[in-house]
Design a protein around this ligand. Structure first.
Ligand code: SF4
Length: 574
C-alpha cells in the first residue's frame, strides 16, 4: 500500500492543499499528518476543512496539544531565549488565529498512532518515540538513534518536529523524519518535503518528495497579518532566519545563517587579549573584526558565521612548504629540507577564482617561503588583480627577475609582509639563523626601493620583548610608517611545539581562518602542516571552498556547544 505522510502544516493551507493533491496524484491511498498544525504561518482555521475534506488522518503535535489546552506557550522545547522569543511571538499569533472549535478538535487527536498497514507495523509519532517534543535529528549519535528505535520496536517509525527530513535504517527499523510542509527545509529551496511510503512486509521503501505550492500566497498572508519579515523571508528563500540555536552543528552548518546578531553584540564578541594591532586601517585582522554584521538594514536577526568576527572572510594559500631558513619556532616545520608540497600554478589560479565566487574578501599567500615557488610573481599578479592580497616572505630572495616582476605590481592591492624579530642581530638570529637579521633589513630596504614598503611583524619571544620599541624606531628610521609594524604571538605548533615555545592554539580555542595547502583544507594557518598539526586538518585535497566553509562552521559549533567556551583571534598575519 502506498501512503503519504507530512509533518507540520504550520498554518500554511496552501502547502496542505498541495500535499493532498500531490499525494493522491502519486497514488497514495491514505494520507497522514504528524502534527503541529500551527506555528510560523498566518492562517489557522482554513486548515481544518482541508484536513477533513481530504481525509488526512492526524496525530497531535506539541503545538496542537498546547492550543487545545490553552497553554501560554507552544512547548516546542527550545532552550535559547532568542529562539523562544520568536517561538512565543508565533504562538501568540497562532492562538489568536485559531477558533475555539478547531482547538477543541485538536484536543481529540491522539499523540501517536500505531497500526499494522499492509502487514507492516508502523509507528507514527510527532517528536520521537521518547517525547512529543523530542528533536530527532539526523546527526544524533548512533546510540541515540537506537534508543529511540528500541522504545518502539515497530518495523517503521515516522516522526517530524525538527523540521528537517531524513531517513535511515536503524537496527532493521526504517526511520523517516518526514520533515514539515509548513516551511522549507533550510536548504535554499522554496519547495517543502513530505514522505511517500510503499508498505509491503519486508520491502518497505520511503521517498522524501519535494512539494511545490503557492509560496507567494503564503508569504502574502503572513505579511497581511504583520508577521515579522524575517519569517516571510524563509518562505521566499528557503533559508531559516530564526530558531537556529536549537540546531546541532551539522544541521546548522548546512543553512545560510548561523548566529543571532544580538549574540554577536553581547556575549559572543571575541576576547582580545593579544597585542594591539597597530595597523588599524590596514588589511589585517582588525579589518575583519571591525566589520561585524551588527548594523544591517534588512532587520534580519541572524548572520552567517562566515564573514562575522568569528570566521573572517580571509583565505590562506600555502604555495609551498620548503624555505631557505629553518627558524626553530616555525609553526609549520618549514626548512630547506621540508617536502615542498607545492600547489601547482593552475591550482592556485583556480583557487583564486573559487575564492572570489565563495565571497572571500582577502587572500594571504604564504609558505614556507613563497618566493621559492617558481611562478610566484605571476601568481601574485593574478591574485592581486582580483582580491586584496598579502604575501608573507622573509624578504631574502627578492632579487633578479623576482624583484623586477614584483616592482611591476607596485600600486596593486598587494602587500608584502615580512618578519623582523629584534633591533639587533643577536635577538633575531637566535631563532632564525646567523646572518638573517641583516639580510632581512636589506630586504626591507629593497622592498621600499621597489615601491612596496612592507608590513613588518615581530614574533614576540622572551628574548626580544624588551626590544619592541627599538624595532619600531628602527623601522621608522628606514621610512616605514608606524602602522606597518605589529607584534604577533609565538605559537606552539610545528618546531615551536617540539622546542616547547609559545602559546597553545587549537581548533577549539581559536578563530578559524580557512587555509589551503597541497594536503587539503585546514582550520588555521598556524596549523597548516598536516604532519605536526593533524588536529587542525579539515579535509583532503580537492575539497571545495564552499564545503570548507561548511566544515569550519560545523566544527565551530561543535567546539562551542561542547563546553560553551568562546574562541579567540590568533594573529599570525600581522
Ligand atoms: S618561520 Fe617563515 S622564514 Fe622561518 S622557517 Fe618558517 S616559513 Fe621559513
Amino acid at each position: 500500500m502506498r501512503i503519504a505522510v507530512c509533518g507540520g502544516p504550520y498554518a500554511n493551507p496552501y502547502a496542505l492543499h498541495a500535499f493532498a493533491d500531490d499525494a493522491r496524484r502519486r497514488g497514495c491511498e491514505r494520507l497522514f499528518c504528524l502534527g503541529d498544525l500551527g506555528g510560523f504561518g498566518a492562517e489557522m482555521d482554513p486548515l481544518w476543512p482541508i484536513l477533513t475534506s481530504k481525509s488526512i488522518e492526524c496525530v497531535a503535535g506539541n503545538y496542537d496539544v498546547a492550543l487545545a489546552r490553552g497553554d501560554e506557550d507552544c512547548g516546542c522545547g527550545y532552550r535559547d531565549p532568542k529562539d523562544n522569543e520568536y517561538a512565543q511571538l508565533i504562538y501568540d499569533h497562532t492562538r489568536a488565529a485559531t477558533s475555539p472549535q478547531f482547538a477543541a478538535w485538536m484536543g481529540t487527536l491522539p499523540t501517536e498512532r500505531r497500526e499494522t498497514i499492509a502487514g507492516v507495523d508502523v509507528h507514527m509519532v510527532h517528536g520521537s518515540t521518547l517525547a512529543l517534543n523530542d528533536f530527532w535529528w539526523e546527526s544524533l549519535p548512533p546510540d541515540e538513534h537506537r534508543q529511540r528505535v528500541r522504545a518502539s520496536g515497530a518495523d517503521v517509525v515516522l516522526c517530524t518536529h525538527s523540521g528537517l527530513p531524513w531517513q535511515r535504517t536503524v537496527d532493521g527499523t526504517l526511520v523517516v523524519n518526514v520533515g514539515v510542509i509548513g516551511k522549507p527545509a533550510n536548504d535554499g529551496r522554496r519547495e517543502v518535503r513530505y514522505a511517500v511510503l510503499d508498505l509491503e512486509a519486508g520491502r518497505t521503501e520511503a521517498e522524501l518528495v519535494p512539494l511545490a505550492y503557492d509560496w507567494r500566497a503564503q508569504a502574502a498572508s503572513m505579511r497581511a497579518v504583520g508577521l515579522p519579515e524575517c519569517l516571510v523571508e524563509t518562505v521566499e528563500t528557503g533559508w531559516w532566519t530564526t530558531c537556529l540555536e536549537i540546531l546541532p552543528p551539522r544541521e546548522r552548518s548546512r543553512g545560510r545563517f548561523h548566529l543571532y546578531r544580538s549574540t554577536l553584540a553581547t556575549g559572543f564578541r571575541p576576547a582580545d587579549t593579544g597585542h594591539r594591532l597597530q595597523d588599524e586601517s590596514g588589511e589585517g585582522w582588525d579589518k575583519a573584526a571591525a566589520t561585524p554584521a551588527l548594523q544591517d538594514a534588512t532587520g534580519r536577526p541572524v548572520v552567517p558565521l562566515f564573514g562575522s568576527p568569528y570566521f573572517p572572510s580571509r583565505l590562506w594559500l600555502y604555495t609551498n612548504f620548503h624555505c631557505n631558513l629553518a627558524c626553530d619556532y616555525c609553526a609549520v616545520a618549514s626548512s630547506p629540507k621540508a617536502d615542498p608540497r607545492r600547489l601547482a600554478e593552475d591550482q592556485v589560479r583556480a583557487l583564486v577564482e573559487e575564492a572570489v565566487a565563495a565571497d572571500f574578501c582577502e587572500l594571504y599567500i604564504t609558505g614556507g617561503e613563497p618566493f621559492l615557488h617558481p611562478h610566484i610573481v605571476s601568481l601574485l599578479d593574478h591574485a592581486s588583480a582580483q582580491l586584496p592580497t598579502v604575501v608573507l616572505t622573509n624578504a631574502m630572495l627578492l632579487r633578479g627577475s623576482r624583484a623586477r616582476g614584483l616592482a611591476e605590481l607596485a600600486g596593486r592591492k598587494l602587500t608584502v609582509q615580512t618578519s623582523l624579530d629584534g633591533a639587533t642581530a643577536a635577538t633575531h638570529d637566535l631563532h632564525r639563523g646567523a646572518g638573517s637579521w641583516q639580510r632581512t633589513l636589506d630586504g626591507i630596504q629593497h622592498l621600499i626601493g621597489l615601491g612596496l614598503p612592507p608590513r613588518v611583524a615581530l614574533t614576540e619571544t622572551p628574548e626580544n620583548a624588551h626590544e619592541i620599541p627599538a624595532v619600531a624606531r628602527l623601522l621608522g628610521e628606514l621610512g616605514l610608517p608606524a602602522e606597518n609594524f605589529a607584534v604577533r604571538p609565538l605559537l606552539r605548533r610545528g618546531f615551536a611545539e617540539h622546542a616547547g615555545y609559545g602559546a597553545e592554539i587549537g581548533a577549539d580555542s581559536s578563530i578559524p581562518e580557512l587555509t589551503v595547502t597541497a594536503d587539503g583544507l585546514h582550520w588555521h594557518p598556524a596549523g597548516a602542516d598536516k604532519a605536526t598539526s593533524p588536529d587542525m586538518h579539515l579535509s583532503g585535497p580537492g575539497t571545495s571552498l564552499e564545503r570548507g566553509k561548511q566544515l569550519v562552521t560545523e566544527h565551530f559549533f561543535a567546539a562551542r556547544l561542547a563546553d560553551g567556551s568562546l574562541p579567540r583571534p590568533v594573529r599570525c598575519a600581522v
